[in-house]
Design a protein around this ligand. Structure first.
Ligand code: XUL
Ligand code: CO
Length: 435
């Protein structure tokens, strides 16, 4: 059904870098070829249902500020209206993908049976709005953190009934994702962690979480879902400590439970910062371990220390993120999901459009800078030069020997290494040339 929500806003088009039209793209040019692929196919933008349509503008100190025609989200008629508006926004922006939690799509009726029926109903409705050349589902996921039943965890809950409820919930969301041709399935464990160690059995909770993820992987094969299962690292918030702390922790967890070849990572900018890392670090580490799946693009407020989920606005950070993604050959099933929300004073429909326009442009700028750096090859050349000695026979001999033999070698050859410059500032200046 056609809605009135975006009345007066025209489809956003690429007008080039000199454009002063705030509702135009200055950098995002979907058909432009970037490293052999259309820009749209490199970036694979997705809109997040939860921030753009379900979130009502509350914060820890205040309630809703957005009063949308589909609020309060307590019946199916409004759920359909929300979906209609969503598809109108995808069309205006030309975003090729979207993502959802079950709870973003349908009202919560407080029990599994009714929630299952309405999830099936609304995802059928969404399916009827999709077409082969229209927006696709990048990933679906289950919201197992908002309702009070999840307060002590989903798969890590001390109550086996909650584990079972979580299993049934994830099955329903995987089924819906599969039905809509989703390209990935995400698990983010906002409550998979603890508030206090005084009441927490760490090994039990971690084992149950590993068992749960194995069941998810088994179910993927059972239904023939071809997408990628992704876990999303975050160190805390809402839990004091979350088990999927960061990329390194997730990789260790997956290896412990034998899931490292089955599950990849969905890496979020703001979560990286919360973990005391940079986005670049988390992506580069995942790439180096062959674990990069997809990204949640946003930014935090660096002063507040919260996961503020703002739209990206920092070209240097974004450029280095895409430098590593492109260096790994680009996204396979993953993409760039805007896990980002408006500030709660940005009330107008045009704010929602402008936020995405700016974010898409920032990403396009970053992507083009990354392409230019890769084509120029300066960073790669420096890397090759810095590690070149490791391909020499003497170095391979060192790696293949033991500490006794190495000591003998150092003594015999009087090895006395001379430090070499890392040239960091030269490299930083080099990167700045492309930004
Ligand atoms: C929360 C967050 C989630 C996940 C999906 O910080 O990032 O929106 O991306 O559950
Ligand atoms: Co996220």
């Amino acid at each position: 059904m056609k809605t009135e929500f975006f009345t007066g806003i025209n489809p956003i088009v690429y007008k080039g870098v000199d454009s002063t039209d705030p509702l135009s793209f200055r950098y995002y040019n979907p058909d432009e070829i970037v490293l052999g692929k259309r820009m749209e196919d490199q970036l694979r933008f997705a809109v997040a249902w939860w921030h753009s349509f379900a979130w009502e503008g509350g914060d820890p100190f205040g309630g809703p500020t957005f009063i949308r025609p589909w609020h309060p989200q307590d019946n199916m008629e409004r759920a359909r209206l929300k979906a209609d508006v969503a598809f109108e926004m995808f069309k205006l922006l030309g975003t090729p993908f979207f993502c959802w939690h079950d709870a973003d799509l349908r009202p919560d009726q407080g029990n599994f049976k009714d929630n299952l029926a309405t999830l099936e109903e609304i995802t059928d409705y969404i399916g009827s709005k999709m077409s082969p050349d229209g927006p696709k589902l990048l990933w679906g996921t289950a919201n197992m953190f908002s309702h009070r039943r999840w307060m002590a965890g989903a798969s890590t809950n001390p109550d086996p009934d909650v584990f079972a409820f979580a299993g049934a919930t994830v099955k329903s969301c995987m089924d819906a994702t599969h039905k809509l041709g989703g390209q990935n399935y995400v698990l983010w464990g906002g409550r998979e962690g603890y508030e206090t160690l005084l009441n927490t059995n760490l090994s039990k909770e971690l084992d149950n979480m590993g068992r749960f993820l194995s069941m998810v992987v088994d179910y993927k094969y059972k239904i023939g879902f071809k997408g990628t299962i992704l876990v999303e690292p975050k160190p805390q918030e809402p839990s004091k400590h979350q088990y999927d702390f960061d990329v390194a922790t997730c990789i260790g967890f997956l290896r412990k439970y034998g899931l490292e070849n089955e599950v990849k990572l969905n890496i979020e900018q703001g979560h990286a910062i919360l973990a005391g890392h940079s986005f670049e670090h988390e992506i580069a580490l995942a790439v180096s371990e062959g674990m990069l799946g997809s990204i949640d693009m946003n930014r935090n407020d660096y002063q507040s220390g919260w996961d503020t989920d703002q739209f990206p606005n920092n070209v240097p950070e974004v450029a280095l993120a895409y430098y590593h993604i492109l260096g790994a050959g680009g996204f396979k099933t993953g993409g760039t999901n805007f896990d980002a929300k408006l500030r709660r004073q940005s009330l107008e429909p045009v704010d929602l459009i402008a936020a995405h326009v700016g974010a898409m442009d920032i990403c396009a700028r970053g992507l083009k800078a990354a392409e230019a750096m890769i084509e120029d090859g300066g960073l790669d050349a420096k890397l090759q030069e810095r590690y070149q000695d490791w391909s020499k026979p003497e170095a391979l001999k060192i790696l293949g020997s033991d500490l006794d033999a190495i000591t003998k070698l150092v003594l015999e050859k009087n090895i006395n290494p001379q430090p070499r410059s890392g040239n960091q500032e030269i490299l930083e200046n080099y990167v700045n040339r492309f930004l």
